[in-house]
Write a protein that binds this ligand. Structure first.
Ligand code: AHR
Ligand code: AHR
Ligand code: AHR
Length: 479
């Protein structure tokens, strides 16, 4: 049986069920998520291949062919219409228009389930989903449970990559007004053992790894590529449980009484649902969500064990992040293809990355400035980093979404900013997207290089000429 059938049989039914990868009820045939494409702004729903099955990724691939796609709605499969939408401005503003958060790229998190391709929700900083007008989720001190299947290797230390119960006002209304799964290595509130990332519970004004608001050494650092995280709570009792989503069983990291600091006993839940953000729309965190549910009632450990067995049987596995792979070790040039600009190549002038007209008769120094060595991605080994031929040890990275040539400082942030994945070009050649911001690809604009989304808030996100500006011919290097 599927997760929500198991919870229902256990007397703790799902009141929200979100999965872009698969149906979470054996009988579910409805839509899993909605995508919107950049070419014409139209939308389509992606459904399972069969009742209870894996998402129809081919339908997404054909709808999004030669354009960009964003995930606009993550549908609730429970029948309660607790869908997740683009999160609105809260105490903190998001980067999109009107302070909304960004929507996730539809292609950032490809995986396979039992060998069939599907896409998760890759949350970059600034991305978030929410529903403040919910039905059936826990309020006050009511019991609830939740789980999420996440990418255990995609995280950061910002607040807060969450999935679960939060404020209906998009603001911090006080201790105990949230109960959500948190995943990452934030150390502002609680921590676990090692240096993280950790599963913690976001109970508002605190990420809790145990009863104390500080450290619980029984809460381990997580190294699983696919991770099942669970949080559940009821009057003066809550638990944190987790395990490898690809094999084995769950462990209990904490089970016990509510925090003794004021406000968490009893809880004051409001019942809104968030994904990828904190309760007050703090939106600096990153992570990847594949599927998750919220229940009414406190699920038993045995029901959770059967849910974990079902997740393991779904056989989550990795698949290539590139549809047009590059060859590590090759020295390449990247030629612009936009009519009028197609004698220009990605080059650097000092730290600035731009396009310049280069030919076989150019000076050696310019040829070297336009030549790049393809390296294994510093932030993700399935993708690539581009090392400067004339400045070894320096790589193309984005900073405030502009490309720069900087020396590798070995920080997690640098490595991720310097990692790019390669797809078939939107109009020709290759389109090289940012690993950490998959909605944004390398683009020239006024002959300067950026990572840009199609039709976003920056001038360099202009929809005009987007497909051409993100399409580069990968050729032999000049030097
Ligand atoms: O509890 C941690 C965070 O604190 C919440 O997610 C947010 O609302 C507040 O900033
Ligand atoms: O380019 C976007 C972000 O800007 C980078 O990830 C970060 O390093 C900088 O703040
Ligand atoms: O980068 C050159 C041109 O500048 C791009 O093609 C266009 O989008 C912008 O005006």
């Amino acid at each position: 049986a599927a997760p929500c059938d198991l919870y229902k049989n256990g007397g703790t039914p799902c009141v929200a069920a979100h999965g872009t990868t698969r149906a979470l009820y054996d009988a579910y045939t409805g839509p899993l998520y909605q995508i919107k494409r950049g070419s014409d702004g139209s939308t389509t729903d992606i459904s399972p291949l069969s009742a209870g099955g894996v998402a129809n990724a081919d339908a997404q691939d054909s709808f999004c062919k030669s354009t960009t796609c964003l995930i606009t709605i993550i549908y609730d499969q429970s029948g309660r219409a607790n869908h997740l939408y683009q999160a609105p401005k809260g105490a903190f503003s998001g980067p999109d228009v009107n302070g909304n958060d960004n929507l996730a790229s539809a292609i950032g998190a490809p995986v396979t389930l039992n060998g069939k391709k599907a896409y998760g929700v890759f949350v970059s900083p600034g991305t978030g989903y929410r529903n403040d007008e919910v039905s059936g989720t826990a309020t006050g001190d009511q019991p609830e449970g939740m789980y999420a299947v996440l990418d255990g290797t995609h995280y950061n230390d910002a607040c807060c990559f969450d999935y679960g119960n939060a404020e209906t006002s998009n603001t911090d209304t006080g201790n105990g007004h949230m109960e959500a799964i948190y995943y990452g290595n934030n150390t502002v509130w609680g921590t676990g053992s090692g240096s993280g990332p950790w599963l913690m519970a976001d109970l508002e004004n605190g990420l809790f790894s145990g009863q104390s608001p500080a450290q619980n050494t029984a809460d381990p650092s997580i190294y699983n590529r696919f991770f099942t995280g669970m949080v559940k709570g009821k009057p003066n009792q809550w638990a944190l449980r987790g395990g490898n989503a690809a094999s084995g069983s769950l462990s209990t990291y904490f089970s016990g009484a509510r925090p003794t600091v004021g406000g968490y006993n009893p809880m004051s839940l409001e019942g809104a649902i968030i994904l990828g953000i904190g309760g007050d729309n703090s939106n600096g965190a990153q992570g990847t969500f594949y599927e998750g549910v919220m229940t009414s009632g406190y699920p038993s450990d045995s029901v959770e064990a059967s849910v974990q067995a079902n997740i393991v049987a779904a056989k989550y596995a990795t698949t290539s992040l590139n549809t047009a792979p590059l060859t590590v070790g090759n020295k390449i040039s990247l030629r612009a293809t936009t009519p009028g600009y197609d004698t220009r190549y990605i080059a650097h002038s000092g730290a600035t990355v731009n396009t310049q007209v280069v030919s076989s008769s150019s000076a050696t120094s310019l040829k070297q400035q336009a030549s790049w060595t393809v390296r294994t991605g510093l932030g993700n080994s399935d993708c690539y980093s581009f090392e400067s031929v004339d400045t070894p040890g320096s790589f193309i990275r984005h900073y405030n979404f502009q490309l720069q040539l900087n020396s590798n400082d070995n920080t997690k942030a640098f490595k991720e900013d310097a990692t790019f994945c390669s797809n078939t070009g939107l109009s020709s050649g290759n389109t090289i997207r940012s690993w950490s911001y998959p909605a944004k690809s390398i683009r020239h604009y006024n002959n300067v290089a950026y990572i840009a989304s199609q039709g976003g808030v920056h001038d360099f996100d202009s929809a005009t000429s987007y497909n051409n500006d993100v399409s580069f011919v990968v050729g032999a290097s000049f030097a």
